[in-house]
Design a protein around this ligand. Structure first.
Ligand SMILES: NC(=O)NCCC(=O)O
Length: 381
């Protein structure tokens, strides 16, 4: 009986998390300093390894990636400076655990430095916004230098050179403490309580791929993951790892979550690292979802569950649904090209056909290509 249950479980796992080079994903042993930090500060710590096949001409290109998910640290009613400081304090040991584990590229969640106040439509949350080289970048830059780590920091940005407007931005901090560049969220969310368009517009940075010492990376911020052409374009620009920092809640997207990163990784032959925040954030004033239902003071439950998916359809188990966490994965980036060679998705894609249709579609006189059955309304006698 026990053996039968184990076999069934293995089968379920094979389907749920796939196989990497024909095997179940291996776990990685981490230094004691990291496990001690996770125990002392109560964050989930998991580590896995994605292999690629051995090649004759290329050495393996293994990069160690870390993802951090966290809840806020103080009530949303606390003084804004205290809220931000408390989040910095809470995140610090997790960043240290990543650094002491030899993580090369670390990514935090969307708006990691503040509560997700954008459902309220109150403008006071704009006060959390910072210039690209502001205090969050300053805070993380010291870790980037200390641990020789690239850090992706998704913040609420205030663009000082353009009328102090607000953006949803990921800052890419290089392993020398420099700012390599930024990416601004391409698709601004318009669903349910996610009324972000009250605060910022669609990003104007395109689909940049940042070539770092550890690989070519891109950032697809949250809602952008629902847009396959957005995912594709990062791939066309050569991304090997796409980070997807999110803030999303159970009632809305939990059924989509395990599928989307995995699908993007498969179809684009890159790794996807999906990160979500944790917990319930209660706001002082009730707001509605515009659906006639009663007003409420929270968006729902941010369900964590950060995970990484590989081009070969294998993926890590998710981090905890309920607690802060650090997910570490080793990935051999050779897997990207190996899957391109095997599945030929890039070669078999019909970009010229898609481009033709898209070029027509964006024109006002577009007519869908529909061939109507001439007998559609004829009754059979
Ligand atoms: N932050 C954000 O865009 N959330 C919207 C919901 C989702 O797309 O998961």
């Amino acid at each position: 009986m026990v053996r039968h249950v184990r076999t069934v479980l293995q089968e379920v796992n094979r389907l749920l998390t796939g196989l990497n080079c024909g095997k179940v994903l291996e776990t990685i042993a981490l230094p004691e300093s990291a496990t001690a930090l996770s125990m002392e500060h109560g964050f989930d710590l998991q580590a896995f390894c994605f292999h690629a096949d051995k090649e004759v001409l290329r050495e393996p290109r293994v990069v160690r990636v870390g993802l951090i998910q966290n809840s806020i640290a103080l009530p949303t009613t606390a003084h804004f400076i205290d809220q931000k400081k408390a989040i910095f304090e809470k995140v610090k040991p997790i960043v240290d655990a990543a650094g002491s584990s030899g993580v090369n590229i670390l990514c935090l969640q969307e708006f990691w430095m503040m509560p997700f106040g954008f459902s309220t439509r109150e403008k006071k949350w704009c006060e959390f916004a910072e210039p690209v080289d502001g205090e969050s970048t300053e805070f993380l830059r010291s870790f980037a230098l200390k641990y020789n780590m690239v850090i992706i920091s998704p913040i609420l940005e205030r663009d000082m050179n353009h009328g102090e407007i607000i953006w949803n931005t990921a800052v890419v901090i290089g392993n020398h403490g420099n700012i390599i560049g930024i990416h601004r969220k391409n698709h601004v969310t318009r669903v349910g309580d996610f009324t972000e368009s009250t605060y910022y517009m669609e990003g104007n940075t395109g689909h940049p791929v940042f070539e770092t010492e550890f690989g070519k990376i891109a950032i697809n911020i949250c809602y952008g993951r629902h847009h396959p052409l957005n995912c594709l374009t990062f791939g066309l620009n050569g991304a090997e790892i796409v980070f997807n920092p999110c803030a999303t809640v159970g009632g809305l997207t939990e059924a989509m979550w395990p599928i989307e990163a995995r699908y993007a990784a498969i179809t684009n032959s890159y790794f996807v690292a999906a990160i979500n925040r944790v917990g319930t954030e209660i706001f002082p004033n009730p707001f509605t979802s515009g659906d006639g239902k009663p007003a409420h003071t929270d968006l729902g439950y941010f369900y964590g569950s950060s995970y990484v998916s590989a081009p070969d359809a294998s993926c890590t188990p998710s981090l905890s649904r309920n607690s802060d966490g650090l997910l570490i994965t080793d990935m051999d980036l050779n897997l990207c090209r190996q899957f391109k060679d095997k599945w030929c998705f890039r070669m078999t894609a019909r970009y010229e056909l898609y481009a033709e249709t898209l070029a027509k579609y964006v024109k006002p006189d577009f007519e869908p290509q529909v061939i109507r059955d001439p007998l559609l309304h004829k009754r059979s006698s």
